[in-house]
Design a protein around this ligand. Structure first.
Ligand code: 5AD
Ligand code: SF4
Length: 470
């Protein structure tokens, strides 16, 4: 028996009914088609959640705007991963007050940050102009919340809900050629610094059938770059009876007809298997890129972070990946200044970076998150000291990235034409996820091109087009 709770089809259609009733009330309130402004903070998982909420809003008759001044409904989908992200939300919500009282729009907060009781209470007391607040587990009930607010004129706060999966929600995708495909939700890892398992609940996987059906829809809609999403995609399918693990899922999606490429994130080194690396090697549609966050190169710190692997295991995974896919592009997340981390311990992170030679890094200074074990650990080093270490790390990585990018000059790479910036330049990304820009025209968008790398700048490559596929 599968442990995953799936929201019933009846409940999803009940939400559609709320949506229809809300649409009438909205039309009466604003006397025209209402407009929504949706802003997403944080990771791609959040971006994907927002695409589903936009789908529900669209079904309720909303148009979308990029201007808060024009909006009848403002929705912030928030992130809690670092304090900085939360402060930005508080600042931006505060700035809505004037707009609220002038235009009478509906203000909604949701996501990882609002799932925290303390944040919800602060909003309730100090931000009376926020009309609706809900957490990560009840996103599918957005139409009901809007209807309840409109019909009662009361504030709606809902942090409850189960760790479930809601299928059959409409999706309004942000990208025409690039799309997010969530395969699982939640996280069971409980890294001691991380708020995510506390706000997104336990791991649960979508069924292979639902994922494949969505992948087919995306391909049919012209999406050429599919990113499979999960907090820890390598534990896909755990606890389910279907026997499909992440490596198998990757092969299944790779086997679908169509000219598209597959990316995925995020992988946890603990659950990264040789079977997965074999699948990456064999699957020609899977990009030659592995984002494998190691967080720290020091074994004491890794244990204190509750990461369940050590430096040696991480390096052996990197070796195995490079044996199978010699040109694989590797990227990682790193935390600098975990509580109690000494400069000597930080130097192990530096040496690991030098040894692996990553394509790029996402680096963060540790930020204490209330309710996590690390927030209770002694943290003797100052922010200034940590910022200095961070500076050292960035310098090391900058040189490595410059050398790696320079080595690509002269190579012919297959690139999806993703964006046109109106200046005669097309922007795309290599299979290894490095940005590249080259001369082109809007009609090239959504097509694959072979591009010769002509110049390596620090973060981006320049190229010239060799051939353009149909
Ligand atoms: N402080 C700093 N960085 C963090 N991350 C997660 N939690 C914290 C925190 N409390 C980083 C990790 C993770 C990435 C998404 O954010 O590196 O991989
Ligand atoms: Fe932020 Fe993590 Fe939530 Fe993503 S899952 S929005 S990174 S807290």
């Amino acid at each position: 028996m599968s442990k995953t709770i799936t929201i019933s089809a009846e409940e999803i259609s009940r939400q559609r009914e709320y949506g229809e009733k809300a649409a009438t009330l909205l039309y009466n309130k604003f006397s025209r088609k209402p407009r929504a402004f949706v802003h997403t903070y944080g990771c791609q998982q959040n971006v994907s959640d927002s695409e589903r909420m936009k789908g529900m809003l669209m079904e309720m008759g909303f148009d979308f705007t990029e201007e808060t001044e024009e909006a009848d409904l403002i929705l912030f989908n928030t992130c809690a991963v670092r304090e900085h992200a939360e402060n930005r939300v508080f600042g931006n919500v505060g700035a809505l007050k004037k707009h609220k009282y002038k235009h009478g729009c509906i203000i909604i907060l949701c996501g990882c940050m609002t799932q925290q009781q303390s944040v919800a209470e602060k909003i309730k007391e100090s931000y009376p102009f926020v009309d609706i607040l809900f957490g990560t587990r009840v996103i599918y009930r957005l139409p009901e919340f809007i209807y309840r607010h409109l019909s009662t004129e009361k504030r709606v706060f809902e942090l409850g809900g189960e760790d479930s999966i809601a299928e059959g929600l409409p999706v309004r995708r942000d990208g025409e050629f690039k799309g997010w495909l969530p395969i699982m939700y939640g996280c069971n890892n409980f890294c001691t610094y991380c708020i995510v398992p506390h706000v997104r609940g336990r791991e649960r996987s979508r069924s292979p059938e639902d994922i494949i059906a969505e992948a087919k829809d995306m391909i049919a809609a012209g999406i050429k770059d599919i990113t499979l999403l999960g907090q820890n995609v390598n534990s896909y399918g755990k606890g389910e009876d279907h026997g499909v693990n992440f490596a198998k899922l990757l092969r299944m999606i790779n086997d679908l007809d169509g000219d598209f490429q597959i990316r995925f994130m995020t992988s946890h080194p603990r659950d990264c298997t040789l079977e997965l690396l074999d699948a990456m090697r064999d699957c020609k549609k899977v990009c030659r890129h592995l984002h494998l966050p190691f967080q720290s190169g020091n074994n004491r710190v890794l244990a204190a972070m509750n990461r369940h692997y050590d430096r040696e295991k991480y390096l052996s995974l990197i070796k195995a990946a490079r044996e199978r896919i010699p040109d694989i592009s590797l990227t990682s997340d790193i935390i600098v200044g975990f509580p109690g981390e000494t400069y000597e311990e930080f130097c192990d992170t530096l040496s690991l970076v030098k040894e692996v030679r990553f394509t790029s890094l996402f680096t963060f200074i540790y930020s204490a998150r209330k309710g996590t074990p690390a927030a209770e650990m002694p943290d003797p080093y100052t922010h200034e000291e940590k910022a200095k270490w961070m500076g050292e790390l960035l310098k090391v990585q900058e040189d490595i990235a410059a050398e790696r990018n320079a080595a690509l000059v002269g190579k012919h790479l297959r690139v999806l034409c993703e964006e046109y910036h109106g200046d005669g330049k097309i922007f795309g990304r290599t299979s290894g996820n490095v940005g590249i820009s080259f001369d082109g025209a809007p009609e090239m968008l959504g097509r694959f091109a072979t591009v010769e790398v002509t110049k390596a700048l620090n973060w981006i490559l320049e190229g010239k087009i060799i051939t353009l596929e149909e």
